[in-house]
Design a protein around this ligand. Sequence first.
Ligand SMILES: Cc1cc2nc3c(=O)[nH]c(=O)nc-3n(C[C@H](O)[C@H](O)[C@H](O)COP(=O)(O)OP(=O)(O)OC[C@H]3O[C@@H](n4cnc5c(N)ncnc54)[C@H](O)[C@@H]3O)c2cc1C
Length: 301
Amino acid sequence: MNTSANIYNLPKVRGVYKFAEPLKNYTWLNVGGPAEVMYFPEDEEDLRSFLRQKSEDLPVFIIGGGSNLLVRDGGISGVVIKLGNKNFARQRIENNTLYCGAGSVNFILKKMIEKNGLGGLEFLCSIPGTIGGAVRGNAGCFGSDMATVLTAVRVMLPSGEVRNLNNEECGFSYRHSDIPADWIILEVGLKFAYERSEEVAAKIAQNAEYRRTHQPQGIRTAGSTFKNPEGYAAWKLIKQCGGDKMVYGGARMSEQHCNFLHNDGTATAADIEKLCHAIEQEAAAKCEVPLELEIKIVGQE
Ligand SMILES: Cc1cc2nc3c(=O)[nH]c(=O)nc-3n(C[C@H](O)[C@H](O)[C@H](O)COP(=O)(O)OP(=O)(O)OC[C@H]3O[C@@H](n4cnc5c(N)ncnc54)[C@H](O)[C@@H]3O)c2cc1C
């Protein structure tokens, strides 16, 4: 990969460009090659100016907290945009709605949700990643998901145009939204009902305790690897087809919860992808329903 800014004729920005930036440092699975260019916009205006001036054939990918991504070993060509600046992580409360910049980290929102007693948003506090990534994939747990709480989302189109979408226009379904891959989520509005902050804190603690006792902690993973097919639990199908015993290099499924990938620190992205595909194939051959990946595989081999 070429690391010279001139080659890409990159627009002048107020934000930061990094070249050949290792994406393993930005993903929970801790694997993957570099971003050819990584761009951290300063603010929305900077982002808009970049999109309007960049050459049309320069591909762009947006990364959030990297908690649902498997980046291949060849990395990602073109520009990977990360809304890491604090200007994309502001929050305000208005009319029983929490508005958060798309770069807000869910774990950090926890403090605000607890302190202000924002009932109905407790589930979000235990999902790794950013609010932008959560909307894109309709993240959810403990009986709620983004579709349950989202009232509005502001997005930037590849042309730089900013548009407001309501809940229906997001086209949410199980771990999916219809928001096009090249639209950048900027800000999200989430409805809540005021409750005593002690009650909200207790629910958050209860959810955290459930995770501690039922899911692996502190490992390199991307959470649920496969979606639960309707009426089935993915982990049971993985067990049924023997996927829980498969090993590819440093990649296997967690002993504690076999729908969680586990990179022991030596896995390559190729090991992980092989494991995923081997499980898919075995499930197709041996189980009543096929498995579909929940994690997103991106980049070049
Ligand atoms: C330990 C663990 C537990 C997990 N538990 C859950 C769970 O209970 N429920 C659940 O649903 N998920 C869970 N996940 C998966 C993951 O945390 C969620 O999918 C999360 O919402 C992804 O957010 P992210 O910011 O990390 O997105 P990324 O992984 O960075 O990206 C995911 C997708 O979102 C897109 N994206 C990111 N930001 C933006 C933006 N601003 N605009 C447009 N597109 C964007 C990316 O292009 C990509 O397609 C878990 C993961 C881990 C590691």
